[in-house]
Write a protein that binds this ligand. Structure first.
Ligand code: 13P
Length: 264
């Protein structure tokens, strides 16, 4: 079975002007230039995309957007289409982040439409799912993940597995310093992968990369990455400094067991 290549993505959220973003890239690229066995992705805010694309030219580091609308063009003030993002140099688009769900009315239905549109534009969605603290306390973690996965990816279980990335981000771990334990992350990732096998095919599930996000730091990356179903990281705060993000990328070693994680 094909191995899943580690993917480490920095989600800068609403940080960095284009000048600050380009400065980051100049510091960051020399620190990761030797790490060719993993995918590295930077997701700046929209106004910095083109400056980061220019600064990344010729490197193996890829560009992501933090959201996209589902229409290609039209009277949708304030929105940005997948086609525009592709033209700006993006290869990935983060969708359904919990902050968009919490503050901007994102639902599983809007995620579903966006995922389909992003795939149709030839871009790779990084689809975020995750339970809130009270949902975990009520024992609803798996039912929440199941619904977000089923409804958000409804049209996409026949997609090429290599063109779809999931991110498990427990909301209680985002920006709080409270990382999920490696065992908690593995349990959720294994659940998601088994559901992907049921909703798609075992081969599809085996090929989809599932990132962990929520207070990832240089100190906890290797342990999380040591889990058989953790294929990478979606990093917020610790991706804002070149040195700390480079340490995370360096710690995200490809694991020997990746690609063999499907339970019969
Ligand atoms: P932190 O790494 O700051 O907890 O953020 C995680 C996140 O939301 C990445 O998308």
């Amino acid at each position: 079975m094909e191995k899943r290549r580690p993917l480490i993505a920095g989600n800068w959220k609403m940080h960095k002007t284009s000048a600050e973003a380009a400065d980051f890239v100049r510091r960051f690229l020399p620190l990761v230039s030797g790490l060719r066995d993993r995918d590295i992705v930077l997701a700046p805010a929209f106004p910095a995309l083109e400056a980061v694309a220019a600064a990344l030219a010729g490197s193996a580091v890829a560009l992501a957007a933090q959201d996209a609308f589902w229409e290609t063009e039209g009277a949708f003030t304030g929105e940005v289409s997948p086609r525009m993002l592709a033209a700006a140099g993006c290869r990935y688009v983060i969708l359904g982040h919990s902050e968009r769900r919490q503050f901007f009315g994102e639902t599983d239905e809007t995620v579903r439409r966006k995922v389909a549109a992003v795939l149709a534009a030839g871009l790779i969605p990084i689809v975020c799912v995750g339970e809130r603290e009270e949902e975990r306390e009520r024992g609803q973690t798996f039912s929440i993940l199941d619904k977000q996965l089923r409804d958000g990816l409804k049209d996409s279980f026949t997609a090429d597995a290599g063109r779809l990335v999931l991110a498990y981000e427990p909301v209680w771990a985002i920006g709080t310093g409270r990382t999920a334990t490696a065992a908690q992350a593995q349990e959720a990732h294994a659940f998601l992968r088994n559901r992907l096998a049921e909703l798609g095919t075992p081969a599809f599930a085996a090929g989809v990369r599932i990132l962990y996000g929520g207070s990832v730091k240089p100190e906890n990356t290797a342990e999380l990455m040591g889990m058989p179903d953790v294929d990478g990281a979606l990093v917020g705060g610790a991706s804002l400094q070149a040195e700390s993000f480079a340490r995370i990328v360096a710690a995200a070693q490809p694991g020997p067991r990746k690609g063999t994680a499907i339970e019969p």
